[in-house]
Write a protein that binds this ligand. Structure first.
Ligand SMILES: [Mg+2]
Length: 169
């Protein structure tokens, strides 16, 4: 079984780790030169802010809603990424780091659908408890299926951050 685990709006979530007072506020993160938006937290998303848009185009919405704007802080992202990967690696037989906020975890055991889902929730809870980062978990028999499951985990109703594809239904 493979799990694809990735942090939600990683750069924004990382800022919220350092500043818990921002946790319930809309936050966006800007690119190196503050030119473009590279991360949007779910609260800011609901206000209509989109990723990869030039910052100047949303300045009015930012002002109107008091959206918190942060510059990229790659040292912070790197250190939280390492913590997140270390925490997850304790659960898995092997991990493959795919990007700064995303990894594939391999499990060599056989479990029921419900147990895989429970494991996914456990990993999610543990990463939150230890690193204060929200993550999504997708499970599947191949890395590709786990990536598809992770999309479901994040975007389809009722999954709450964990989805496992382990049968045809
Ligand atoms: Mg992510």
């Amino acid at each position: 079984m493979y799990f694809l685990i990735d942090a939600t709006s990683f750069y924004c979530s990382a800022e919220k780790v350092m500043r818990p007072d921002l946790r319930k506020k809309p936050v966006i993160a800007l690119s190196n030169n503050d030119g473009a938006i590279v991360a949007v937290c779910p609260i800011a998303k609901r206000l209509g802010i989109k990723k990869f848009v030039p910052y100047f185009q949303v300045k009015d919405i930012v002002r109107k809603h008091g959206i918190v704007v942060t510059s990229s802080n790659y040292e912070l992202y790197h250190s939280l990424s390492t913590k997140m990967m270390d925490t997850i690696s304790q659960f898995a037989d092997d991990i493959y780091i795919y990007s700064i906020d995303e990894l594939f975890a391999r499990f060599d055991t056989t479990l029921s659908h419900d147990s895989w889902t429970a494991l996914g929730r456990d990993i999610r809870r543990t990463v939150w408890k230890e690193v204060r980062l929200p993550v999504g978990v997708g499970g599947g028999m191949t890395p590709t299926l786990s990536k598809a499951a992770s999309h479901a985990a994040k975007h389809l109703r009722g999954y709450n951050g964990v989805a496992v594809i382990d049968n045809e239904q």
